[in-house]
Design a binder for this molecule. Structure first.
Ligand code: ADP
Ligand code: MG
Length: 327
């Protein structure tokens, strides 16, 4: 049973950046405005995330790490209406099967914080009171300590750190009201730092530099019958880049859509010198019931209803901006 769970967990959590993405989304779901992340050895030794969100009630601490335990799914119909994709209740459970996980958390009403240590989906010992501010701190240590093959395939802590920084940066751009920091343990320098109540443009500048920030402009599209709204920022034709940056959020979750990516690359290729690329950050809101949420958690590729028609609308809005920019 343990081995089966470990294999299943290894599929959900393939590398430190996957684990961090799940933890980040939990912190955002808990309405945090400050999220501080500390990492050691690319997250393989230590991955710690501290937020100032709602916290977890003491009585829930014994079950939060069991599979399919979620506070985000009250009724079956919620499967269709829930806003977050993080409905599966699998992330914390999965992590406890492949790492040592500790939660320190405090809600607004509890007089003190509580601490739980977890292994294989269960508490290792009774929850203990401890010191702590409102919010939740989740510490993941020795990721894949019991999965030798995975450990061997992730040989470069540096590469893992870069992937973590990439995930944090993109969530920071998408959530400008939240202040994020990412740092390596025992280092005062931050790898990512954004301010609370910032803006999309400000955070794009912080992450990708002021040159990109100067070359971007807002873009939007929407359609009542297709039930979607898209907002974002795109680089203009006067700013060709060597490497493409394509950041896509659908209903606040970082995903990929190869279909959309390809169509937009094609549009840009008509306006940019050969072999040059663009910056795109797009936030798409679609009727939750129209998004295929049953994709495997590691598959960032997403499909949705009216995909071709919606992609076409987005393409048109971007193309008309590009056309306007060249004349
Ligand atoms: P899901 O997000 O799909 O509900 P998870 O395994 O990611 O499942 O988390 C399980 C539950 O633990 C959540 O539903 C939530 O109640 C609680 N939780 C996890 N992280 C946090 C956090 N940072 N702040 C508050 N609650 C949290
Ligand atoms: Mg979650």
């Amino acid at each position: 049973k343990t081995v089966v769970n470990r294999i299943a967990a290894g599929e959900v959590i393939q590398r430190p950046a996957n684990a961090l993405k799940e933890l980040l989304e939990n912190s955002l779901d808990a309405k945090s405005t400050i999220i501080n992340i500390t990492v050691k050895n690319g997250g393989l030794k230590l991955l710690q995330i501290q937020d100032n969100g709602t916290g977890i009630r003491k009585e829930d601490l014994s079950i939060v790490c069991e599979r399919f335990t979620t506070s985000k799914l009250v009724q079956f119909e919620d499967l269709n209406t829930i806003e977050t994709f993080g409905f599966r209740g699998e992330a914390l459970a999965s992590i406890t099967h492949v790492a040592h996980l500790t939660i320190v958390t405090k809600t607004a009403t509890e007089p003190c914080a509580y601490k739980g240590l977890y292994e294989d989906g269960k508490l290792k010992e009774p929850v203990k009171p401890c010191a702590g501010n409102q919010g939740t701190q989740i510490t993941v240590e020795d990721l894949f300590y019991n999965v030798a093959t995975r450990r061997k395939s992730l040989r470069s802590p540096n590469e893992e750190h870069v992937k973590i920084a990439d995930v944090v940066s993109k969530y920071a751009i998408h959530n400008p009201t939240v202040g994020f920091t990412l740092r390596k343990q025992n280092e005062s320098n931050t790898d990512v730092k954004t301010n609370i109540n910032s803006s999309h443009v400000e955070n794009i500048k912080t992450v990708y530099g002021s040159n990109i920030a100067k070359a971007i402009e807002p873009v939007e599209a929407k359609d009542e019958t297709l039930k979607f709204v898209m907002n974002g920022y795109m680089s203009n034709a006067n700013y060709p880049m060597k490497k493409a940056i394509f950041i896509l959020f659908i209903n606040n979750r970082l995903v990929d859509s190869q279909a959309l990516r390809k169509v937009l690359e094609q549009v840009y290729s008509l306006y940019l010198p050969k072999g040059m690329h663009s910056f795109l950050y797009l936030s798409l809101k679609i009727e939750p019931k129209n998004v295929d949420v049953n994709v495997h958690p590691t598959k960032h590729e997403v499909h949705f209803l009216h995909e071709d028609a919606i992609i076409d609308k987005i393409k048109n809005s971007i193309e008309s901006k590009l056309a306007g920019c060249n004349t």
